[in-house]
Design a protein around this ligand. Structure first.
Ligand SMILES: [Zn+2]
Length: 367
């Protein structure tokens, strides 16, 4: 970024800080300003922040996190932020340069740092992650992750099966950002960690720590809010999500989705992702004719009852595959919440809504 441009952003920040801009209204100057990349992350962060900090989502509801292009307003928000939260694992592949440019002195906090990451596709195909640790104090983050896992265990929450996982994100080089365009251009890690509520609980603890570090006066508030979120999610899983999914007949426990969004969900709740319409971990790739033919063959051979499209991407291809195989298709919320008056306006409702749709589509009983 040029000096002039940086100076411009500084002036904008100073003007906002001192209320120089007319019509700025009563921005709560004493509250921490938090920017979260996606609407799902912002919902969890707002729950931890409560009244003590102000959280905005960079992406509006309905935006595709893989391809989002920031607006000029977003740059101002980023420049003003005290804390920037990202999912990580290359989810925000189209956004990271902008974040670095708009807030060069503020390292974004990766909320998934402690999440045990699944590869996208087969491990053998994607290759083992390089033995590479990020710069900085790795022992600090290792200790933080161990503490979070212990906290959840003592609250009665155990991690999802470790089978097939690559390890905690902070230990991995997911690739992607600097690789040439191609099959693995979007990295080796599956970034859709939030479809497993356990990982959202890890986010809440990471967000609590980041807020408390920057605003120690409200540390008790953040701790209480994070604990409440964990308890509420645990109740949601135990009383609604898991019992509903348990009613799906064994032979129907197969997911075919538009892009690879529900791997963590499947791993947590004993479903199998049979295939995706779009190859890879992002919405940006396009399937070949051979990919589509293989998927249609798999759907027929396994008697898959349903194909799932998503709200953030064009459903045309998934619908075509559903028609060709004679199965029904249903729409899920994937990388974004719904609008405020929609059925998935919060993370809890997102889980509830998707679980109801999946359960009904696969022949289970919705309660
Ligand atoms: Zn995605």
């Amino acid at each position: 970024m040029s000096r002039v441009c940086r100076m411009g952003i500084m002036l904008v920040s100073l003007a906002l800080m001192f209320g120089v801009f007319p019509g700025g209204g009563a921005r709560a100057q004493d509250r921490l300003q938090v920017v979260a990349s996606t609407s799902i992350l912002a919902d969890i962060a707002a729950g931890v922040a409560g009244e003590a900090a102000e959280v905005v989502s960079l992406m509006p509801p309905g935006a595709d996190p893989h391809s989002y292009t920031p607006s000029p307003q977003d740059l101002v928000r980023l420049a003003q932020a005290d804390l920037i939260l990202i999912v990580g694992a290359n989810l925000e592949e189209s956004l990271l340069k902008t974040i670095r440019g708009a807030a060069p002195d503020l390292a974004p906090v990766t909320v998934s740092a402690c999440v045990n990451i699944l590869p996208f596709g087969e491990v053998s195909e994607a290759g083992e992650p390089e033995d590479h640790l990020p710069a900085g104090d790795v022992s600090a983050i290792a200790g933080q992750c161990a503490a979070h896992q212990d906290e959840l265990a003592s609250a009665g929450v155990l991690p999802s099966p470790a089978e097939g996982r690559l390890g905690p994100l902070y230990q991995l080089d997911c690739g992607g950002e600097n690789e040439a365009d191609g099959e693995h251009a979007h990295g080796r890690c599956d970034p859709h960690v939030w479809t497993d509520p356990y990982n959202a609980m890890l986010w809440a603890l990471m967000i609590r720590d980041a807020l408390s570090e920057r605003d120690p006066a409200n540390a008790d508030v953040y701790a209480a809010n994070a604990a409440a979120i964990i308890k509420a999610l645990q109740t949601l899983v135990d009383e609604e999500i898991a019992p509903m999914l348990a009613t799906i007949p064994e032979s129907n426990r197969l997911l075919v989705t538009n892009h690879l969004t529900f791997n963590y969900y499947a791993s947590a709740f004993g479903l199998k992702v049979l295939g995706t319409v779009i190859p890879g971990a992002s919405t940006l790739a396009e399937p070949s004719a051979a990919d589509i033919a293989r998927l249609i063959g798999d759907i027929r051979a396994n008697g898959v009852p349903a194909v799932f499209t998503e709200t953030i991407a064009n459903p045309a291809l998934a619908e075509q595959i559903a028609r060709e195989t004679g199965v029904h298709f249903y729409t899920l919320y994937t990388g974004s919440l719904s609008e405020a008056d929609g059925p998935a306006a919060t993370y809890a409702d997102y889980l509830r809504y998707n679980t109801r749709v999946i359960t009904a589509a696969l022949g289970g009983t919705v309660n």
